[in-house]
Design a protein around this ligand. Structure first.
Ligand SMILES: CC(C)(COP(=O)(O)OP(=O)(O)OC[C@H]1O[C@@H](n2cnc3c(N)ncnc32)[C@H](O)[C@@H]1OP(=O)(O)O)[C@@H](O)C(=O)NCCC(=O)NCCS
Length: 171
């Protein structure tokens, strides 16, 4: 039974308010709850994630994100509601050996409770385990929460002149 298998390997994260969550690798069948996550997110959150005014995620995009050959996508659910996805974290391969690209989307209602920080730390462990030595992230210069999260991982911007920063995180 695939769901039971996923639960066994799920990574537990407890939020600052005590709520418990589970994070596991995504599979192609998660498309519908991932689309629902996107629809519940504000336009602002989606714009910060995609740097574009996107309303959702297409099945073609999800096929890429959930394809293990392209990288690892993690999905997070409340511990007591494992079919309800509240965050998506991507560590995707790039054309540079050992360099992965990190992106994350936490549903608005679940933000500012420590989930983003814990997911980025977990993503760094996953990336290390997969043999990456560096993560990159593209972050709007105005995105204080994400820049704050990445500061804790000693991320350094490679260019600070534009509205979007390219950061490198040593693993
Ligand atoms: C950026 C993001 C992942 C952070 O997730 P989160 O669950 O809110 O993160 P945390 O709760 O761990 O908070 C991280 C820090 O930002 C601060 N923060 C959170 N929301 C904030 C807000 N709206 N304004 C200011 N600071 C905020 C927190 O206080 C925390 O700082 P601390 O560690 O000093 O307490 C989440 O806001 C998000 O998904 N945003 C939309 C998509 C995005 O920006 N993705 C990043 C680019 S790929």
């Amino acid at each position: 039974m695939p769901d039971a298998g996923r639960r066994e390997t799920a990574h537990p994260i407890t939020l600052t308010d005590g709520t418990t969550t589970r994070t596991r690798e995504a599979t192609p069948v998660d498309l519908a709850p991932v689309q629902e996550l996107h629809h519940r997110c504000s336009l602002g959150s989606r714009a910060l994630r995609y740097h574009a005014g996107k309303s959702g995620i297409s099945s073609a995009e999800w096929r890429q994100l959930s394809n293990p050959e392209r990288g690892t996508t993690l999905v997070t659910t409340p511990a007591d509601r494992t079919d309800h996805i509240i965050a998506m974290t991507n560590v995707m391969r790039t054309d540079q050996q050992g360099v992965g690209e990190l992106a994350i989307l936490v549903e608005d209602a679940w933000q500012a409770r420590g989930l983003g920080t814990a997911l980025v730390e977990h993503a760094a462990s996953v990336a290390r385990r997969e043999g990456h030595h560096t993560l990159t992230a593209v972050v709007a210069a105005s995105n204080e929460p994400m820049l704050h999260v990445l500061e804790k991982l000693e991320a350094t911007p490679t260019d600070t002149t534009g509205p979007v920063l390219d950061l490198r995180i040593p693993l």
